[in-house]
Design a protein around this ligand. Structure first.
Ligand SMILES: Nc1nc2c(c(=O)[nH]1)N[C@H]1C(S)=C(S)[C@@H](COP(=O)(O)OP(=O)(O)OC[C@H]3O[C@@H](n4cnc5c(=O)[nH]c(N)nc54)[C@H](O)[C@@H]3O)O[C@H]1N2
Ligand SMILES: Nc1nc2c(c(=O)[nH]1)N[C@H]1C(S)=C(S)[C@@H](COP(=O)(O)OP(=O)(O)OC[C@H]3O[C@@H](n4cnc5c(=O)[nH]c(N)nc54)[C@H](O)[C@@H]3O)O[C@H]1N2
Ligand code: SF4
Ligand SMILES: [Mo]
Length: 684
């Protein structure tokens, strides 16, 4: 066979990552041979993270699921036989119909998250299907809900400093943000800023690669960011370093804040956070007197019991100092508010009215999947449809999740690319396409470019896009509403037709032609300064400082928390992301598995327990245990241990750290508290 000349096709990385890279795929004879970042994209800048630079390994992995499967062995064993699509879909439709008949539609629970960030495959036909069915509604709380709730109720929107402006900053604080690991495309802008004299500081309980690369790293006790921000606020107000004119014009509630902050002098903040008082004073003064100053806050800080309060308190700092006035100043948690798409047109929540339920369906918090599946007094869940997620590995209270998944009377469907821990519990597994194989539309939470991708590669075997799977299920359940006949392009056009000025002039044709298009948050050539002149969410347009929500209370599971708990389990476990992985998506890879087997422990804590570097240890609390290899290291402070998320059980051959994590909820937003977790460690 003669070979054709290589062709370059565009795509977009669909992984749950703020960078949302624009990709170029080199295709030869129908096969992808090279993947690289698009040099024309202002944030991707021609490079990819190490994990996705090797995505073609995943694309063509012999582990890919290629055919629908029916379980043959016991739940969790992973024994399956291939079946045809028609048979699989008929069985699913029949089971869902029967369950709806006997138990009502709310006994059916979808479980999904952002395995793909694509809105067509991850938030359109699937949502329409479950709304029309009247299924239980899943609250998508596992990642960012505390932070976005706090941000929206203060700023009124989800906007932040344009990453491209970081190059202009003179002081950059990475606050709970492992930039080199989980947001690597921000790094070149920081390098540029530092070349021009900027300082770069990191506030994190773990000294990871980003902390090592910083001018200063501050070890903070997990879950105490609120106290640090209040201590800084105390210093800024005491030294009169606040921007009185900005506060006068654009904020309200300063007096209450003053009274609160008075009670958090640096000495008290030092006691709560573990950061010396002198350092807190210096940091506060430097932050308030350097312009432009920008904070890169990432979701790490809000995965604790007071996560929302922490985001509120840190989010207040650029208000106090008026840092929003400067290009290159402000704060970046997310940029997703730049993408004012018509999300209701995608998901059609109105279809619930056609379900026959006669009221809004009940909600199930995804953080509490284990409870929802096992609570004998709760409303029954009889069918679970999992897609774009791997809860057996990534949800807290793993033992309880597995107990639920093991139930013989639970009908479980898993739509997947890979044989994950969750897929092992499925009655039916359906093979899904990757982002290189289907059409999709992408917003970003780390930059301001909207993107669209067409299939760059053919789907292997019988893999199908989620969109098509849910469309077919709708047909088989007899849902004849027009919206179930929409094509992927119809759905994209509907999403774009929001009438919002940010999207003016952005059409499917333009996206298809150009691949990525900057949203019109400002006219071209102007710096985007979202809050230079106020513009907050409150009816007054002002930033409402709600001091009542800023009082510091320690997480129940922390060194100052519940006494009985901390006596039995005196170590604070944090389980942040691994640089090599992406949640559990790549956890079958050797280098991710190797990283996820490690428990970092401070030399003092190790010595006290007779643990030597490289020894196997048992990490445990009342919820469960797991076995890891101790790495005795000063990358964590005394009292803190760190393991990386998120391993597969079958790769570790036993429980993972999520057997230890709690399903308590955050102070606001009902979010996950992965990093408020007390444990004890012993030699095996
Ligand atoms: N201990 C601990 N646990 C954590 C965290 C932590 O920091 N510590 N982080 C939490 C956070 S922030 C998050 S967001 C969650 C993430 O947890 P999950 O939502 O479970 O995400 P992933 O582990 O990435 O798994 C996504 C799955 O979706 C599949 N997938 C990808 N694209 C498609 C598609 O187009 N169709 C279908 N059907 N499937 C697809 C992938 O193969 C993959 O198996 O984990 C949480 N869990
Ligand atoms: N390489 C890689 N990239 C990823 C992911 C991945 O798994 N691997 N996951 C993706 C996902 S799901 C998300 S949500 C995004 C964002 O990911 P993030 O949630 O921001 O990343 P994490 O690593 O979980 O947390 C960031 C940092 O917060 C620190 N941290 C933990 N507790 C505290 C605390 O109490 N205070 C402070 N100040 N810091 C704390 C952690 O040690 C970590 O260094 O990244 C995405 N990108
Ligand atoms: S995971 Fe993030 S950094 Fe890596 S290619 Fe995808 S979007 Fe880019
Ligand atoms: Mo996440």
């Amino acid at each position: 066979m003669g070979s054709t000349t290589p062709e370059i096709r565009r795509s977009v990385c669909a992984l749950d990552c703020p960078d949302t890279c624009s990709l170029l795929v080199t295709v030869e004879n129908g096969r992808g041979v090279r993947l690289r970042g698009d040099p024309a994209h202002a944030v991707t800048r021609g490079f990819l993270c190490a994990k996705v630079a090797r995505y073609l390994e995943r694309e063509y992995s012999p582990m890919r699921l290629l055919h629908p499967l029916r379980r043959t062995g016991a739940k969790g064993e992973g024994g399956f036989e291939p079946i045809g699509w028609d048979e699989a879909m008929e069985e699913i439709a029949a089971r869902l119909r029967a369950i709806r008949e006997e138990w009502g539609p709310e006994a059916i629970l979808p479980y999904n998250y952002t395995g793909t960030m694509g809105l067509v495959q991850g938030a359109s036909m699937d949502r329409r299907f479950f709304h029309r069915l009247g299924a239980s509604r899943l609250l998508h709380t596992i990642c960012s809900e505390a932070g976005t709730t706090a941000l929206e109720s203060t700023y009124g929107c989800r906007l932040g400093t344009d990453p491209e402006q970081f190059r202009q900053a003179k002081l950059i604080l990475a606050w709970g943000a492992n930039i080199l690991g989980t947001n690597v495309h921000l790094w070149p802008f920081i390098v540029e800023a530092r070349r021009n004299g900027a300082r770069f500081y990191v506030i994190d309980p773990v000294r990871n690669r980003t902390g090592e690369a910083a001018d200063r790293h501050y070890f903070i006790h997990p879950g105490t960011d609120l106290a640090l921000a209040l201590g800084m606020t105390h210093v800024i107000l005491r030294e009169k370093l606040h921007d009185a004119a900005y506060l006068e014009a654009y904020a309200e509630g300063l007096d209450d804040l003053r009274s609160l902050a008075e009670r958090y002098p640096p000495e008290r903040a030092a006691e709560l956070t573990g950061i010396p008082a002198r350092d807190i004073v210096e940091l506060a003064v430097e932050y308030a007197t350097t312009r432009p100053a920008v904070i890169r806050m990432n979701y790490g800080i809000q995965r604790s019991e007071r996560g929302a309060g922490s985001v509120r308190a840190v989010g207040l700092l650029p208000i106090l100092t008026g840092a929003w006035r400067d290009p290159g100043g402000g704060l970046l948690l997310t940029t997703s508010g730049g993408f004012q798409l018509n999300f209701d047109a995608l998901a059609r929540p109105d279809l619930v009215e056609r379900s026959g339920l006669g009221r809004p369906p009940r909600s199930v918090n995804m953080v509490r999947l284990g409870r929802a599946l096992t609570d004998p007094d709760g409303p029954p869940v009889k069918a679970l449809v999992v897609y774009d997620a791997n809860p057996a590995a990534t949800a807290p209270c793993q033992d309880r999740v597995l107990e639920g998944l093991r139930r013989e009377d639970l009908f479980t469907v898993v739509i997947e690319q890979f044989p994950t821990d969750t897929a092992d519990y499925a009655d039916i597994v359906l093979p899904a396409t990757t982002f290189l194989e289907h059409t999709d539309l992408y917003l970003s939470y780390g930059h301001y470019y909207l993107q669209m991708a067409r299939p760059a590669l053919p789907a292997p075997g019988e893999a199908r896009p989620n969109f098509r799977i849910f469309q077919e299920l709708a047909r088989r359940l007899g849902f004849d509403d027009d919206c179930f006949r929409d094509s992927e392009d119809d759905v994209i056009r509907q999403a774009l037709a929001s009438g919002h000025p940010y999207l003016e002039g952005i059409t499917l044709d333009k996206l298809e032609r150009e691949g990525f298009v900057r949203v019109n948050v400002v006219p071209p050539g102007k710096p985007f300064l979202p809050f230079a002149d106020g513009g907050f969410g409150a009816p007054s347009g002002k930033y409402v400082i709600d001091a009542g929500r800023l009082e510091y209370t320690p997480p129940v599971e922390s060194r100052r928390g519940d006494e009985a708990l901390r006596t039995r389990y005196p170590l604070e476990l944090v389980t942040p992301k691994s640089d090599e992985g992406l949640s559990s998506t790549f956890s079958y890879r050797d280098e991710v598995a190797a990283r996820c087997r490690i428990l970092e422990i401070h030399p003092e804590d190790a010595a006290r327990r007779g643990i030597a570097d490289g020894e196997m240890v048992r990490v445990f609390n009342s919820r469960g245990w797991c076995r890891l290899t101790a790495k005795v290291s000063e990358a964590v402070a005394p009292g803190v241990v760190c393991a990386r998320a998120a391993a597969w059980r079958k790769v570790l051959s036993g429980p993972t750290p999520n057997a230890l994590t709690s399903d308590r909820l955050t102070d606001e937003g009902e979010g996950a508290v992965f990093y408020s977790c007390l444990v004890e460690v012993e030699r095996c």
